[in-house]
Design a protein around this ligand. Structure first.
Ligand SMILES: Nc1ncnc2c1ncn2[C@@H]1O[C@H](COP(=O)(O)OP(=O)(O)O)[C@@H](O)[C@H]1O
Ligand SMILES: [Mg+2]
Length: 232
């Protein structure tokens, strides 16, 4: 389980995360929703150790990781798909995927595990193409595939549907559902696309101005008025 307690973070003088607390359980998709600028990406960067947390605690599988370095979090089984994808455009699809294996000994890090290509057949078809030559949707699949290559037990996704064509959004949804069904992974999905989040969420969180202001079961999102809270 991921446990976040009373997390605070600042950019200069602006107080961005304001005592934020929540949990994300293994075997569940936890969807974090919230309007632009409320601090969702900032939270994920804190969870990944890319920016420091000023105050509060983050625990993963019972151990505090609040001050761990990003690579230590990767070793602890946490993977992150950043907003905007950030693949390596000049490297091939295969080389991009191999980057995701960096936490393993060199021997194991030479071949892309077959389950990645099974989840995303398009990546196998395109494995010798440069990442930058892929469509936006294919790049998103590549970024998710790279994250999965590290065999995470916590997968963090920042707006994976942003700017992506509907057919690929559907495919990404199917993959997230398959991963959740395995039951051995916690998935923290930040989304502004309400229908996509509502379809996948076991648990939902609504963030506003650096705090979680509402949460509940995914099945209750509509009844609890979440659509109106996060409408852009
Ligand atoms: N590197 C930065 N330096 C200063 N302010 C930032 C930085 N990144 C984001 N912000 C500000 O922090 C707030 C939260 O941003 P962000 O976490 O990206 O929100 P969200 O992902 O919910 O849209 C916004 O007001 C944004 O302008
Ligand atoms: Mg964001």
């Amino acid at each position: 389980m991921l446990e976040v307690q009373q997390l605070h973070q600042y950019y200069g003088g602006s107080h961005i995360l304001r005592g934020l607390s929540f949990q994300a359980r293994v075997g569940e998709v936890t969807c974090l929703l919230g309007r632009n600028g409320v601090g969702k990406t900032t939270l994920l960067k804190c969870l990944m150790g890319l920016i420091p947390a000023r105050e509060g605690e983050v625990r993963w599988e019972g151990r505090p990781i609040t001050h761990a370095k990003p690579h230590q979090r990767v070793q602890a089984g946490i993977a992150y798909v950043p907003q905007g994808r950030e693949i390596f455009p000049r490297l091939s699809v295969e080389e991009n995927l191999l980057m995701g294996l960096s936490r393993f000994p060199a021997r194991e890090a030479r071949t892309v595990p077959s389950f990645i290509y099974e989840l995303f057949p398009v990546l196998q078809e395109m494995k010798h193409r440069r990442g930058g030559d892929l469509s936006g949707g294919q790049q998103q699949q590549l970024a998710i595939g790279r994250a999965l290559a590290s065999r995470p037990r916590l997968l963090i996704l920042d707006e994976p549907t942003e700017g992506i064509q509907p057919s690929v959004i559907k495919e990404i949804g199917v993959v997230i559902r398959k991963l959740a069904a395995r039951g051995d992974m916690a998935i923290l999905l930040v989304e502004q696309f309400y229908d996509f989040a509502a379809e996948l969420a076991d648990h939902y969180l609504v963030m506003s101005r650096g705090e979680i202001v509402q949460q509940g079961r995914g099945a209750d999102m509509e009844a609890e008025g979440v659509r109106g809270l996060v409408a852009i």
